[in-house]
Write a protein that binds this ligand. Structure first.
Ligand code: SF4
Length: 321
């Protein structure tokens, strides 16, 4: 495999009392070695469901109903969606790790940080104490924290420090791919920059690939190489981050970008009224809110068009092609 991860036609369905709800549909994307890929979209668009499906961490009502997710792990390629539990345990944290949403609040309050980092290694493989200590020291240095942090408890750390401890924890076993789910949310802008720099340093010094989940387009622009924009369970546009942000092809991407406030300018007058269409009906899911919707948008699923320079977008409008 040339990529570290290749996701093809992922579909996730949630069971409810009245009907099954398809929450993620036809999601395909890849992550190259050492590449940073951003997954953006508003709350509820399916970003976290997508990565929870890859890690088999969906809640009880959710299940993968189609698709494949090939990961090139230490023991060769495997499909994360169908591999047995034993092999999956071997792969988690060694080949693919996650910094989950709200991770910094999940540190053990009664255990020093160093012990928690050490457990991250010894729970997954045999390692001597000197080896573990050396690894902890190396990673604290990478994430910009002092060695003394090992003796501190979570309540003694700031939000940014806790988040960097969580990134160090994800990197302990040198996974090839880390998923950072809203890793910079709930942090002030200066600390966000520090955490983003930590991710860039990990990529540059260890060659780690990242999937960065978030809704801060401005931060994504400075952090990732490629971006995938999700709306109501589908990827509506992908491409190199600069191309997508400077020349969006999909009306939803345009709307997302127009909603980013700029210093010194009046707040943008973004019209995003209309209801969110049901994902189980046909046509384009964005049609009720799209300022450029046409009759065909309600009747037919939008075709996927290629962007020049790489990437794709799904829309009936071809004036953008
Ligand atoms: Fe808008 Fe139609 Fe394109 Fe959907 S397919 S984004 S409704 S123009």
């Amino acid at each position: 495999m040339s990529n570290i991860l290749e996701v093809t036609d992922l579909e996730v369905t949630y069971r409810s009392r009245s009907a099954d709800l398809v929450a993620v549909q036809d999601v395909s994307f890849s992550v190259g070695r050492g590449e940073l890929v951003g997954l953006v979209g508003e709350s509820g668009c399916g970003k976290s469901t997508t990565i929870n499906a890859l890690l088999r961490l969906l809640p009880r009502a959710g299940r993968v109903t189609a698709g494949m997710a090939l990961l090139d792990g230490h023991a060769g390629p495997l499909d994360l969606l169908s591999v047995d539990e034993k092999r999956l345990r071997d792969v988690r944290w060694r080949d693919i790790a996650i910094v989950p949403q709200g991770a910094m609040n999940s540190l053990n309050p009664v255990m020093p940080v160093g012990k928690q980092l050490a457990d991250g290694v010894t729970a997954h493989r045999d390692a001597s104490t000197p080896e573990v200590n050396e690894r902890i020291s190396e990673l604290l240095n990478l994430v910009g924290l002092a060695e003394e942090t090992t003796g501190r408890y979570a309540h003694e750390l700031s939000g940014g420090m806790k988040q960097r401890v969580c990134i160090a924890m994800a990197l302990m076993n040198r996974p090839a791919l880390v998923i950072a789910d809203e890793a910079t949310s709930a942090l002030d802008v200066i600390v966000q920059r520090l955490v983003a720099q930590t991710i860039l340093d990990a990529r540059d010094k260890m060659g780690t690939s990242f999937i960065v989940i978030g809704h801060d387009i401005g931060l994504m622009a400075q952090l990732v190489d490629r971006i995938a924009v999700m709306y109501l369970g589908r990827i509506v546009e992908t491409g190199p981050v600069i191309d997508v942000l400077t020349d969006p092809k999909h009306p939803y991407t345009e709307l997302l970008l127009a909603s980013v406030p700029e210093v010194g300018k009046e707040a943008p007058a973004v019209q995003s009224g209309g209801l969110v269409a049901s994902p189980v009906t046909g046509g384009c899911a964005f049609r009720e809110r799209c300022p450029e919707a046409m009759e065909v948008c309600a009747a037919e699923t939008p075709p996927v068009r290629r962007r020049s320079g790489g990437g794709e977008f799904a829309c009936h409008l071809d004036r953008h092609g």
